[in-house]
Design a protein. Structure first.
Lengths: 612, 352
């Protein structure tokens, strides 16, 4: 036997890819969790079709899960995969563009039949040639038949046996990257605790996959990726949707309020609703409404009655909620609206990521209807921005829209767990003095009104969507409307005192300032770091506060020769900045492919700008 | 327990009531205020929620907590109010446009969930606030500003939707009959679950007299069947007419004619779970039948808000996670020790 080929790498990207029924999401998640437990930093990107079971074997039905892990800080799931695991020909075709030059392709040779090649629209029997992948390192492994062989004594039917083939692939990849199997075995044992035969079968196939790598090591390379040098502490993996749910729970606990969520299922936001529905133990009142409008309307009712009220959705749902958001603006109730953005317009690309709801969040309502708009920038910081959104809503009596996106919502990364004692306090503006109470009497500093809820004796009052005076009585006086319109805008602007200064990554002045907002942080910081290592005078600033903008925005912008705004839309934030700060020239880098940026394309765009 | 005595005045707000002179809404407002005054519940415990339409100005005229929301959504907003604080007495004020058209979805789902609140549906079969367009309860062929040649669609019968959505309480009253309205509102308030009360209301400007065939003094006794639980279904000036159920259908009979005795007349049972007879009563219309008024259906069933509270209680009794710190530290967590992190040139945008 030849010596194993051992490659030491700082970071590796792997993409698991197969039919949407092949269990690729689970396989990828288990591998990522194992890597995180070993101490690697990780970033993941599930990329799946909107059909639950698209036609088997077709390119449209390919489900992928990409993870980058490394011994340094990992900010993105990686542009291109070093290793692609392809369970069928369609997976090769769908991912050909996303493999690192010279990368390794491990594929189930049993699945490369004439029929499957045809389903994936290959015209010859040489799929790798057709995809220009001749120079890549390819490892054909008869995964299906090895899985059958592995389970021949289990007495399972063919369909059940083949369902385990993802475990063979997972075992093999674990061997290649030197990952122990304990965590995965424990997971399988717990998940299928009621079906011992399924536990035994999956663990058998997993181990056989691992052992296959070991015995066949003359052909499979083995990699070493050492643990990352990350801050000491207690960690867990978290995706953006869970982090959002937990941030809201933290805000409820800090504010001493009960949490109400009124939502309607919509991809990719549903996980927030289900994560909160699980938390009856923490007293969450979760209400799955009959539609998006009832979702927000019930939340507005709960806010009126004194709960920390939340509604969660994605783009089309936000459109349906717009009239009700206007009511929350007019009534001045505390409300958190989470929008996990996806590709649009209309139904668009439900399972793909985009940042194209920015203008909808800012302006998508009738009348002058200002709300606070925040954006989270990594899966784990969704926790903080959900918490902050609730804090602003409760302390300023204003609706807050939190923008995340499909990439953040489904993507995971290790998170150094926050302790509740480390979080700031939240003080809801509960009214105290009945004698002086008026529904719209305001704090002179913040312009926020007080919150008196049904049940509080002596505070009975009426509010509504009509323009009103200080007591809440309907008022159509022209000057009153002008004054109240200005107050509602001013109230949102004064939230700026809760907004930290914008920070810079890199020098405080230079040739190019890269400007991003929300979920593109990982890719932008990776691109800027690499450019700086190459000696380029480039810095990054990433916005989490869209409305109001941080106080020092102009200060930062004016120290750079050129500004480029990078976003996953056609230039919505750039347009907003032009409106707010027209004195600067804004270059743009835009993409709407339903995919995150790649570091490569960002760097190219910035090179071009540096050369101009 | 303190004996709480309230008067109608305690439930009137300082706002001037601005409906058209002669509008049926005044009487309904009065009946609601009388009902609340009679319940012995302090006014801060009431939340009156409305949508959009003439009737929806109602909360401004009450001294309770009130919320005038947006078109069609009152039932959904009220749902959130009740779930946030199940101790509140929640009343929804809505109209045939608000609840049968734009808010139809929330109307049926409120009923299906059986959330404990009262919904008062002001049915004048017209859009009043937008000045006279046909509504989902306008009769086929009726001419309005948006149906100058008559409508070519059939109306909803609100009670049918209530039965179709598995409603537990339905009553019908007339704006002018304050005594009946007050008694129906009281029963609705005491019902645990969603109580729907349809009030046949007269729009004096855009649909004046739409219910007059029913309300005309001269014919009222023959055209109204005022139902009472446990009583026989009798009507007419001398209470000589009654209803029997024959071959799956209701039939009007006269006591003493064709061998009919008083014992043949149906006895009203609001608690009958099978909705067949209740639906037949809801469907009765002139000229062949009298129109059924009073409480038609009141059955007990599981109530959403109670079930939600119970479920939370049950889960909390067995809980392992008692606070957010517990939650965040549950599941797969691991310790990183012994690392010396180098200072990054870029600030960490994660939580500080």
């Amino acid at each position: 036997m030849k010596d194993a080929k051992v490659i030491e790498m700082e970071e590796v990207t792997i993409r698991f890819s197969g039919d949407s029924g092949d269990g690729m999401q689970l396989t990828g998640t288990l591998f990522s969790d194992t890597s995180a437990l070993l101490g690697n930093d990780i970033s993941t990107f599930p990329d799946y079709p909107s059909e639950i079971r698209a036609p088997q074997g077709t390119v449209g039905g390919v489900s992928g899960f990409q993870v980058q892990f490394g011994q340094k800080q990992v900010n993105t799931p990686g542009d291109f995969a070093h290793v692609l695991i392809a369970m069928n020909p369609a997976a090769v075709k769908a991912n050909a563009k996303f493999i690192n030059p010279g990368g390794t392709i491990i594929y189930d040779s049993d699945a490369f039949t004439e029929r499957n090649l045809k389903k994936a629209n290959f015209v010859t029997d040489e799929p790798f040639v057709e995809c220009n992948l001749e120079d890549y390192f390819k490892i054909p492994i008869p995964i299906s038949s090895l899985t059958k062989e592995s389970l021949k004594d289990f007495g399972l039917d063919n369909k059940s046996v083949l369902r385990s083939k993802n475990m063979f692939a997972l075992g093999l990849v674990c061997w290649m990257f030197n990952r122990p199997l304990e965590y995965i075995e424990e997971f399988i044992s717990t998940k299928f605790a009621k079906k011992p035969v399924v536990v035994d079968a999956n663990i058998k196939v997993l181990r056989d996959g691992f052992n296959y790598g070991m015995t066949m090591q003359h052909m499979t390379p083995s990699y070493i990726v050492n643990p990352a040098n990350i801050e000491n502490g207690t960690y867990r993996n978290v995706n953006g949707n869970h982090a959002t749910a937990w941030g809201l729970l933290a805000a409820a606990e800090k504010s001493g309020l009960e949490l109400f969520i009124g939502s309607y299922p919509i991809t990719p936001a549903t996980d927030i609703l289900s994560a909160l529905s699980e938390r009856k133990d923490l007293g969450v009142k979760s209400f799955q409404a009959e539609d998006e409008i009832a979702g927000i309307a019930s939340a507005i009712g709960a806010a009126f009655a004194g709960d920390l009220a939340v509604t969660t959705t994605s783009g089309p749902g936000l459109a349906l909620k717009s009239e009700a958001i206007g009511l929350a603006v007019m009534a001045e109730l505390p409300l958190v609206i989470v929008n996990v953005q996806r590709g649009g317009p209309s139904t668009g690309l439900p399972t793909k990521t985009e940042q194209s709801d920015l203008l909808q969040a800012l302006y998508g309502r009738n009348g002058e209807s200002p709300v606070v708009v925040l954006a989270a920038s990594t899966p784990s910081d969704c926790f903080w921005y959900a918490f902050k959104a609730a804090k602003i809503a409760l302390e300023r009596m204003v609706p807050v829209i939190l923008l995340t996106d499909g990439f953040l919502g489904n993507g995971t990364e290790p998170w150094k767990i926050t302790k509740m004692s480390e979080l700031p306090s939240i003080t809801p503006r509960i009214a105290k003095d009945a004698a002086s109470f008026k529904a719209y009497k305001r704090d002179s500093e913040t312009l926020a009104r007080e919150w008196a809820v049904p049940g509080m004796q002596g505070f009975e009052h009426r509010i509504g969507g009509l323009e009103k005076n200080e007591t809440g009585t309907v008022n159509h006086d022209p000057d009153n409307h002008q004054a109240n319109t200005e107050i509602r805008e001013d109230k949102v602007q004064r939230v700026v005192d809760m907004v930290p200064d914008l920070e810079l990554c890199g020098d405080v002045d230079g040739d190019v300032l890269v400007v991003g907002w929300g979920g593109t942080y990982g890719h932008l910081i990776s691109a800027v770091k690499e450019l700086r290592q190459e000696g380029k005078n480039v810095s990054l600033t990433q916005f989490n506060y869209i409305k109001p903008l941080p106080k020092n925005t102009e200060e930062i912008f004016k120290k750079f020769k050129k500004i480029i705004v990078c976003e996953l839309n056609m230039g919505q934030f750039a347009g907003y900045l032009r409106d707010k700060m027209p004195e600067f020239k804004y270059h743009q880098h835009n993409k709407v492919k339903g995919l995150p940026f790649t570091v490569k394309e960002l760097k190219q765009s910035i090179y071009n700008l540096l050369e101009e | 327990m303190i004996d709480l005595k309230y008067t109608v005045k305690d439930f009137k707000s300082e706002n001037e009531v601005r409906w058209c002179a002669g509008c049926g809404d005044f009487a309904i407002l009065n009946a609601v205020q009388r009902t609340m005054a009679g319940m012995g519940v302090p006014r801060e415990k009431y939340a009156v929620i409305s949508g959009i339409g003439c009737s929806s100005r109602f909360p401004y005229y009450m001294s309770t907590f009130g919320f005038h929301t947006i078109h069609g959504r009152a039932a959904a907003v009220a749902t959130g109010v009740k779930l946030a604080n199940p101790d509140l007495r929640v009343w929804v004020i809505t109209g045939d446009g608000d609840s049968m058209a734009i808010g139809g979805n929330h109307f049926i789902h409120l009923i299906r969930r059986n959330i404990d609140m009262n919904l008062i549906l002001f049915n004048n079969r017209i859009y009043g606030l937008t000045k006279g367009q046909y509504s989902p309860t306008t009769a086929r062929g009726f001419k309005t500003k948006t149906s100058p040649f008559g409508t070519v669609e059939d109306p909803f019968v609100p009670g049918q939707l209530v039965i179709g959505a598995r409603g537990t309480f339905f009553a019908r009253t007339i704006d002018g009959n304050m005594k009946l309205s007050q008694s129906v509102f009281e029963t609705a308030e005491n019902h645990n679950g969603t109580s729907i009360v349809e009030v046949l209301q007269n729009c004096v400007i855009f649909n004046n007299g739409i219910h007059s065939a029913l309300t005309d003094r001269e014919h009222a006794a023959d055209r109204q069947l005022i139902l009472e639980h446990g009583k026989r279904m009798l009507f007419g000036k001398e209470k000589q007419k009654g209803l029997v159920f024959e071959k799956g259908k209701l039939k009007v009979v006269v006591v003493g004619e064709n061998g009919i005795t008083i014992d043949d007349i149906l006895v009203h049972d609001v608690t009958e779970e099978d909705p067949i007879l209740h639906l037949a009563l809801i469907n009765m219309q002139l000229p062949d039948f009298p129109v059924a008024l009073g409480v038609i259906r009141s059955v007990s069933a599981l109530v959403y808000n109670t079930e939600l509270v119970e479920q939370i209680k049950d889960v909390q009794q067995k809980r392992k996670i008692t606070c957010v710190d517990d939650l965040l530290n549950s599941g797969n967590i691991w310790e990183v020790e012994g690392n010396e992190t180098e200072g990054s040139e870029c600030p960490d945008l994660k939580l500080k």
